[in-house]
Design a protein around this ligand. Structure first.
Ligand code: SAM
Length: 281
């Protein structure tokens, strides 16, 4: 459903998140992702009608620009998908744009370049990854292997058609959570939080988190009025200790990196003992 490919994307949790949304009382449930990336699960929940509004946020201006371009300039985006040459020349053009160091603001070209690289680079990594099929295009798969233009255009068109149901921001995830307390209907909003790993294995995407921020995030989640949240992380001692009083379960995730490395992840939710939401198994 999402136009993005994302390493470690969480679309596979959509059934579980649907159940969690179902436990929240009231109509018109909202769903928020402070570290949205490809927002794989979010898009499924909106399309199926389980969430009536999405709040998507990503600190990376490349990811943000891609989403904003799809939402606000969807016809232009679809036109580009349908007419772009999926070849090494375009790949080089896109790489130059996303690797500029002074990227700060929304820009359509930046958004399209980020999307293009996501669809044509190994493992969907937006920056510093090679093209599918290699620089000489001698691999079994070629650069256009994951660029099915009609299907992608359809997804973007749909996203444009539901833009009134999606609020997009480009903030730090912690700022987003603080502001959410006043900005969203907290009692009927499910927050799904999928931050960068504590121990980042490689630069899969922007990692604007350090230990202090991981600790600050745990404070917001455990000591604020955010009632309904689900968190996923790498299985790291810092996380086990910060969330020791919450409900932690194992979650295996296979990253589609070249070596198919299997990362151990955990899923954390408020424990019943802490007065949090009901635990699902
Ligand atoms: C693990 S990915 C999220 C993947 C997403 N759940 C999916 O299914 O596609 C983490 C995302 O957080 C973003 N990010 C990194 N540091 C951030 C920060 N401090 N605040 C907000 N977003 C951040 C990255 O740009 C990346 O897109």
């Amino acid at each position: 459903m999402s136009p993005f490919r994302y390493p470690g994307g969480k679309a596979f949790l959509s059934d579980y998140l649907t159940k969690k949304l179902g436990l929240i009382k009231g109509q018109n449930k909202h769903y928020a992702e402070p570290f949205c990336g490809g927002a794989g699960a979010a898009v499924i929940l909106l399309k199926a009608g389980f969430a009536s509004h999405l709040h998507l946020n990503d600190a990376d201006v490349r990811v943000y620009s891609a989403w904003r371009a799809m939402l606000e300039e969807s016809d232009r985006f679809v036109e580009r998908i349908n007419t772009v040459s999926v070849d090494m020349e375009t790949w080089q053009w896109a790489s130059e744009i996303v690797n500029k160091s002074n990227l700060k603001e929304y820009d359509f070209e930046l958004g399209f370049a980020a999307f293009f690289l996501n669809r044509t680079s190994r493992s969907g990594i937006i920056f510093r990854a090679g093209p599918i099929g290699g620089y000489n295009q001698t691999g079994n798969w070629k650069i256009d292997a994951r660029f099915n233009a009609p299907a992608l255009a359809g997804r973007v068109q749909w996203i444009g058609s539901v833009k009134d149901h999606i609020t997009l921001t480009n903030e730090d995830g912690l700022t987003f959570l603080h502001r959410s307390l006043a900005r969203v209907p907290v009692a009927r909003t499910l927050f799904f939080i999928d931050p960068p790993y504590v121990q980042a294995g490689g630069r899969l995407y922007l990692n604007a988190m350090n230990d202090a921020k991981h600790i600050a995030l745990s404070d917001i989640l455990q000591n604020s009025k955010l009632r309904h949240w689900i968190l996923t992380y790498d299985d790291h001692p810092l996380i086990r200790s910060l969330y020791g009083s919450q409900d932690i379960s194992d979650l295996g995730v296979t990253y589609s990196l070249q070596n198919k490395r299997k990362e151990r992840e955990v899923l954390i939710q408020p424990s019943l003992r802490q007065g949090g939401g009901p635990i699902l198994t």
